[in-house]
Design a protein around this ligand. Structure first.
Ligand SMILES: NC(=O)c1ccc[n+]([C@@H]2O[C@H](COP(=O)([O-])OP(=O)(O)OC[C@H]3O[C@@H](n4cnc5c(N)ncnc54)[C@H](O)[C@@H]3O)[C@@H](O)[C@H]2O)c1
Length: 266
C-alpha cells in the first residue's frame, strides 16, 4: 500500500489508542520508517504512562520527537532534523477548549479559545505542509484527520467549524503543492473512542448516532484500524491522482439520511 523503506512523519501521538498510533503501526507493518511526534516532553511521558498495553521493547523501538504545532520554529526543526527525504506526513492533531468551545451551548465569548482552536486544528496543517515540503523531494502525501463537517452535530460546536476550515485548508494546499507532486487529502472518520474524543462533552451520544445510521455497523471502539487503512492508501502510490479530497471512513453514515430501519440491519 505504501513504498517500503520510505520515511513517514506521523504527528499527534497521545496514547496507544490515538488514531496517529494506529496509522503509524500500519505504516510500519508495510515497511515504512515512522517518526512520531508528541507535543512536548510532558506529552511523551503521558504517552508512556498511559500506553500500558505496549510492551517495553515496543515502546523503546518508537522514534518519538517533540513538536508543538503552534511553534513554527519547532515544526521547521522537526523536518530539518530528518535524514533523507520524507514520503508522507500525517496530521492527526486537533484541540478545542471543551469548557468554552464544545458542549450544550454554542454561543461563547471565549474568542481567544476559538482562535487557539482554529490555529491548532486547521491552520497548523499549512504550517506542516510548508516545512515538510523541502523534505518531500520525491513528492508524496499529506493526510489530515477530520470529522463530518457538512452537518452540525450536538456538542461538537466550534470543532465542527474548525473541521470545515481544515477541509478547506486541504483543498488550498492541494492546489498549492500539486506542482511539487505532493498530494493533500483528509480522512473524515466516524467517532472513535480515543482520549481526545472522551473529552468532548456528549461524545457518547454522538457515537450512538453512528450506531443508528451506519449501514456498515461502525464500531467506535475498534475503528482506528479502519481509519489507518484509508490514511495509508492516501500516503501511497495507489492514490497518485487523488488530491484535495475528503474521504469518509465512517461506515457510510455520512451517505444516508435518517436512522436505519430494522430490516436494513445485519
Ligand atoms: N476520535 C474521533 O472520534 C475522531 C473522529 C474524526 C476525526 N478525529 C481527528 O483525528 C485526529 C486525532 O484525534 P484522536 O482522536 O486520535 O485524539 P488524540 O488525543 O489521540 O490526538 C490529538 C492529538 O493532538 C495533539 N495536539 C493538541 N494540540 C497540539 C499542539 N499544539 N501541538 C502538537 N500536538 C497537539 C494532542 O497532544 C494529541 O496527541 C484529530 O484531528 C481529531 O479531530 C477524531
Amino acid at each position: 500500500m505504501i513504498e517500503s523503506g520510505k520515511t513517514f512523519v506521523v504527528m499527534g501521538l497521545l496514547d496507544a489508542d490515538s488514531i496517529a498510533y494506529a496509522i503509524g503501526k500500519l505504516l510500519e507493518s508495510f515497511g515504512g520508517k515512522v517518526i512520531y511526534t508528541v507535543q512536548n516532553e510532558r506529552m511523551k511521558k503521558i504517552f508512556f504512562d498511559r500506553s500500558k498495553k505496549l510492551e517495553a521493547d515496543e515502546k523503546a523501538s518508537l522514534d518519538i520527537r517533540f513538536c508543538d504545532i503552534t511553534k513554527d520554529e519547532e515544526v521547521e526543526a522537526l523536518f530539518q532534523g530528518i535524514e533523507g527525504s520524507v514520503a508522507g506526513v500525517v496530521h492527526s492533531i486537533a484541540y478545542s477548549n471543551p469548557k468554552t468551545s464544545l458542549g450544550e451551548e454554542f454561543h461563547t465569548d471565549a474568542y481567544e479559545d476559538l482562535t487557539n482552536g482554529f490555529r491548532i486544528s486547521a491552520v497548523s496543517l499549512a504550517t506542516v505542509a510548508r516545512y515538510a515540503q523541502p523534505k518531500m523531494t520525491e513528492g508524496g502525501g499529506i493526510v489530515a484527520l477530520t470529522f463530518s463537517s457538512q452537518l452540525a452535530f450536538a456538542f461538537y460546536n466550534w470543532m465542527g467549524v474548525n473541521k470545515a476550515a481544515l477541509e478547506a485548508v486541504v483543498r488550498g494546499l492541494a492546489r498549492r503543492h500539486g506542482k511539487e507532486g505532493i498530494r493533500v487529502n483528509a480522512v473524515s472518520a466516524g467517532p472513535v473512542f480515543t482520549i481526545a474524543a472522551k473529552h468532548i462533552p456528549g461524545f457518547e451520544e454522538l457515537g450512538s448516532t453512528w450506531a443508528k445510521s451506519s449501514p456498515l455497523n461502525w464500531d467506535p471502539m475498534t475503528a482506528q484500524g479502519e481509519v489507518a487503512g484509508a490514511a495509508a492508501f492516501l500516503l501511497g502510490p495507489y492514490s497518485k491522482q487523488i488530491t484535495g479530497q475528503t474521504i469518509h471512513v465512517d461506515g457510510g453514515a455520512s451517505a444516508v439520511g435518517g436512522e436505519l430501519m430494522d430490516y436494513e440491519r445485519a
